[in-house]
Every structure is written in C-alpha cells, then in structure tokens.
Write a protein that binds this ligand. Structure first.
Ligand SMILES: [Zn+2]
Length: 216
C-alpha cells in the first residue's frame, strides 16, 4: 500500500468515526475532532486529522488532512486543521498512542464541572471497565483526570503534558465544561475506549442524579 492509499483508508475511517459520534449525540454543532497517527514512511506527514468547523453529521473523507509533528498542514493542503490539533500531536508524543478521539457529549461536559483538577473522576466496579486495554476485572479503579479548559491551545497542551499520569495506565482525560479525550494503540482501540468512557460517564451521571453511590 502506498502513502496515498494509506491516507485514504485512514480518512475513510475518521469520517466513519465522526459520523458515528454525531449519531451518538457526542458531536453537536460542528464540535469534536478525530485523528490517527500515520506510518513512519509518510513523513513529514505525522497524523491525519479532521478539519475545523465541519458538521460531523455529513463529514466526508476529503475533509481530513495530514499535519506534521508540530501540527502544521503538509502537502500544500489548504484545509484548516482542527483548532485542537496541538492536543492531538502532544498526546501522540507523550503517550505513543496510534489514534486520538475527542467528543463533546452532554455527560462529559456536565460531569467535568463536578470535580476539581486534583481529583479527576474515578471509576470502579463497572464490568465495562474491561473494555480498556489491560483491564481484566471490574474490581479495579481507573481515573479520568480533569483539566481546566482554555482557548490557548499551546498553553493547554503544555499544561496537560506535564500532568498526565503516565506511570500508570491512562486512557483519556476530561476538559472542564468542554468534553472528553481518549486514545488507544489504533482507531479500533481508541473507539472502544471512547465507548467505555461515554458509557461510564452516563452511568456516573445517573448515579449522581438518583443519589446513590456507585457500589452500593
Ligand atoms: Zn473540543
């Protein structure tokens, strides 16, 4: 497969993910962004990412572009990369992930404002935790860190990079009042992690609204 064929496969997959997330209700009002790291031989192209400000309901593969290791478009592309491209690039460098997905679900936006940056959201006792790479029991605790939101994306990327808990498994984080970032070794894994956390966030929201603890 050559670079052009590789890119077309990835662009198709990202368009499918974007439309799927819209149908789930996780990508309202042109929000959210999705990317995949490209093979080494595609350099200087580093990752493929959805372009900025496009309705995800009708997102098409030709609205995906390649950016380099610092998030700049390559190959003379005139599409505008997502405003949050630097967060994706930072996550590839910091975690070694193969795909990064970012959603704006109601549960993520709401719950991200309910805890402080130090605490994060803790999940334990849920069977679906086993959907996360390396987790084989519900009897564990997984933390979803929460970081303050910002429109200064370079500063936000630097802030998060120094605070990611990389000494233990970390699959994603929340931006307060904003949404959810998840990653995985490839698109399929990142998609599975996204489904796990969106499910767990909905569970947590229901638990809180009904006033009983998760493991009662
Ligand atoms: Zn966003």
């Amino acid at each position: 497969m050559n670079d052009t064929q590789d890119f077309k496969v990835f662009a198709d997959q990202l368009a499918d993910i974007a439309q799927w997330a819209y149908r789930k209700g996780w990508a309202p009002a042109t929000s959210t962004n999705y990317s995949v790291r490209l093979p080494e031989h595609a350099a200087p192209a580093f990752c493929a990412i959805t372009s900025s400000g496009v309705d995800k309901e009708t997102f098409e593969p030709d609205q995906v572009l390649a950016v380099d290791r610092i998030g700049m478009p390559v190959n003379g592309c005139t599409l505008q990369p997502s405003a949050e491209t630097l967060l994706h690039v930072m996550l590839y460098h910091a975690t070694g992930a193969g795909a990064v997905l970012h959603t704006h679900s109601f549960a993520a936006a709401l719950l991200s404002r309910s805890v402080g940056e130090c605490d994060g959201l803790k999940f334990s006792g849920w069977e679906l935790l086993k959907g996360l790479d390396g987790v084989d029991t519900h009897d564990c605790e997984v933390i979803l860190p929460v970081f303050p939101n910002s429109q200064d994306i370079p500063a936000l990327a630097a802030h998060i990079k120094t605070r990611l808990p990389l000494t233990k498994p970390c699959y994603g984080f929340l931006l307060a009042g904003h949404g959810l970032y998840v990653w995985g070794k490839d698109i399929a894994t990142a998609k599975r992690h996204l489904e796990v956390f969106e499910f767990l966030l909905q569970c947590e929201r229901e638990v809180r609204s009904h006033g009983y603890p998760a493991n009662a």
